[in-house]
Ligand binder design. Structure first.
Ligand code: NIG
Ligand code: FE
Length: 418
C-alpha cells in the first residue's frame, strides 16, 4: 500500500530521530541513532513516515537533501527573549574589569533593562521579541522557553508575560513561559527583599488564572536572593501549582543547586559553581541541569560548569543560549553547541541529546518536541552539513539549510544574488 504525504525529504545523509522514552541521563546521553540514506515524510504538519525506502511513498513536494544532515528542530530551554532596549554600552565597563554583579549593584545591568522594559509598550516588546524569535528560527530553533523578569513590578511583569502569550499564539515558534519576577531586587525594595518577594508571589494567582506562565524561576545569587529566600519563594510557587526553575550557582557557589533539587525543580540552570553534593542530588532527583556555557564565555570567566562530572554521575544535561541583553546576547544555539564541545568537553552525541530530547524535557515539552517520531509535529532542520559531528566543529556560523515548523518551510539559508 502506498502512503501519500505532503512533503517528502529524500536522500538524507544522516537522520537523527532522537527517539527516547524520557530524558537521557548520564551515559545514556552518549546514545545516538543515525539512519543513513533516510527518507522522512510529513503529512498535515506531522511526521508521517521515517525509513530508508521511498518506493511506497508518494508526495506533493519532494526535497532532495543531497546527503545532508537532518535533525529535529532545536529546543532552547532558557532565554529572556522579551525585553526592552539593549546594553552594548556595558561592553566598555566589562573591558575595564567591572564585574557583572558590580554593574548590577550600581543600578545598571538587569536594572537598566528593567527601565527600558517598563518604558516599552506591549507592541514594542512584541515586535522586538518577534524579531529575535525569527532569528532563532533561522538558526534552527523551533521551541523556546521565555522568561519575564525585566519588570519587577506588577504591571510590567504581566506585560512581559502577556507579550509571551501573544507570541505563543501568533508566532510560528513554540514558546513556553516562565515567571521570573524574582530576577533582581528593584531599587525601591533594596532594604526589604522579602517584601518584594511577597509582592511577586501575590501575582501568581492572576498568572495561573490567565495561564501566563507554567514555570516560576528565581535568581539565587550574591546581592540578589539568598538560598533561604529562594527556597521559601519556590516552595510557595510550587504550592500554587507551578513547576520550578532556578538560576543557581551562576557566579558564586551558594548552594542553590541542592535546594532546587530537593524541591523537585524541573531544571536548575547555570550551575557553574555547583558543589559535589549539588551534582549528586541532580543525579538522584532527575532535576535537569540546563547549562549555559555561552554566558560563562561572555562573562569572561575561565571556569565552566562541570559537565563531565555531571554526566559521569548520571545527571541529565541540557544546553541553552540564555539569550538576554546582558550576559548572553546571542540567539545562536549552534554556537552554544560549539562552546559546549570546546569548554564543557561534551561529546557531539551528548550535545545533540542536550539541545533536543533533554532540552524539551527541561521545559515540559519532552512528549512533543525534540524528537522525530510518527505522529509528532514536524519540526525539522536540514543542515548544510554532511554529518552530526560537523555542527559543533565548524563554529560561529549558521549551518541551517532549511527549517520546517509544523510541516511548513519557515526559514532557508540565504543565498548570494547573481
Ligand atoms: O541568566 N543571571 C541572571 N539573569 C540572566 C542575565 C540577565 C541580564 O543580564 O539581563 C542570566 O545570565
Ligand atoms: Fe538566564
Amino acid at each position: 500500500m502506498t502512503l501519500h504525504v505532503d512533503l517528502l525529504l529524500t536522500n538524507i545523509g544522516q537522520l537523527l530521530p532522537m527517539r527516547s522514552d524520557g530524558p537521557r541521563s548520564g551515559k545514556a546521553m552518549q546514545e545516538l541513532v543515525v539512519i543513513e540514506g533516510a527518507v522522512l515524510g510529513i503529512k498535515a504538519g506531522e511526521i508521517a513516515y521515517i525509513g530508508t525506502d521511498d518506493s511506497e511513498v508518494t508526495a506533493d513536494t519532494i526535497i532532495d537533501c543531497e546527503g545532508k544532515l537532518v535533525t529535529p528542530g532545536l529546543v532552547d530551554p532558557h532565554t529572556h527573549v522579551v525585553f526592552g532596549g539593549s546594553r552594548e554600552h556595558e561592553m566598555a565597563l566589562k573591558q575595564q574589569g567591572v564585574p557583572y554583579l558590580e554593574i548590577l549593584a550600581r543600578g545598571g545591568g538587569i536594572l537598566s533593562t528593567v527601565q527600558a522594559t517598563r518604558n516599552a509598550t506591549m507592541e514594542e516588546l512584541y515586535e522586538k521579541a518577534s524579531f529575535h524569535l525569527d532569528r532563532m528560527m533561522t538558526y534552527g530553533t523551533t521551541t523556546v522557553e521565555a522568561k519575564s523578569g525585566y519588570g519587577l513590578d506588577r504591571e510590567t511583569e504581566l506585560k512581559q508575560l502577556k507579550v509571551a502569550k501573544e507570541l505563543q499564539e501568533n508566532h510560528q515558534i513554540d514558546l513556553v513561559s516562565t515567571f521570573l519576577g524574582a530576577h533582581a531586587i528593584p531599587q525601591t525594595h533594596k532594604e526589604n527583599p522579602e517584601q518584594f518577594l511577597e509582592e511577586m508571589l501575590a501575582l501568581l494567582t492572576e498568572i495561573k488564572e490567565q495561564q501566563l506562565a507554567e514555570f516560576v524561576d528565581i535568581f539565587t545569587e550574591t546581592g540578589v536572593f539568598t538560598v533561604d529566600q529562594s527556597r521559601e519563594y519556590l516552595r510557595k510557587a510550587k504550592e500554587k501549582g507551578f513547576r520550578l526553575k532556578i538560576h543557581a550557582d551562576e557566579i558564586d557557589p551558594l548552594g542553590g543547586t541542592e535546594m532546587a533539587a530537593a524541591l523537585g525543580a524541573t531544571s536548575a540552570d547555570h550551575l557553574v559553581g555547583a558543589s559535589d553534593e549539588g551534582i549528586r542530588m541532580l543525579a538522584e532527583t532527575g532535576t535537569i541541569a540546563v547549562l549555559l556555557p555561552g554566558t560563562t564565555f561572555y562573562l569572561g570567566k575561565s571556569s565552566f560548569a562541570r559537565a563531565r562530572e555531571m554526566i559521569e554521575q548520571g545527571v541529565t544535561v541540557a544546553l541553552a543560549t540564555d539569550f538576554n541583553p546582558g550576559s548572553s546576547p546571542t540567539e545562536n544555539l549552534q554556537l552554544i553547541m560549539s562552546i559546549a564541545a570546546l569548554q564543557l568537553k561534551m561529546s557531539p552525541e551528548e550535545i545533540w541529546n542536550a539541545v533536543t530530547v533533554n532540552a524539551a524535557y527541561a521545559i515540559g515539552r519532552g512528549e512533543e518536541a525534540g524528537q522525530l517520531e510518527i505522529g509528532r509535529k514536524a519540526d525539522v532542520v536540514i543542515w548544510d552539513a554532511p554529518n552530526y559531528l560537523y555542527i559543533p566543529y565548524h563554529y560561529g556560523v549558521n549551518h541551517v539549510n532549511k527549517v520546517i515548523k509544523n510541516g511548513k518551510l519557515v526559514a532557508e539559508r540565504m543565498g548570494i544574488r547573481d
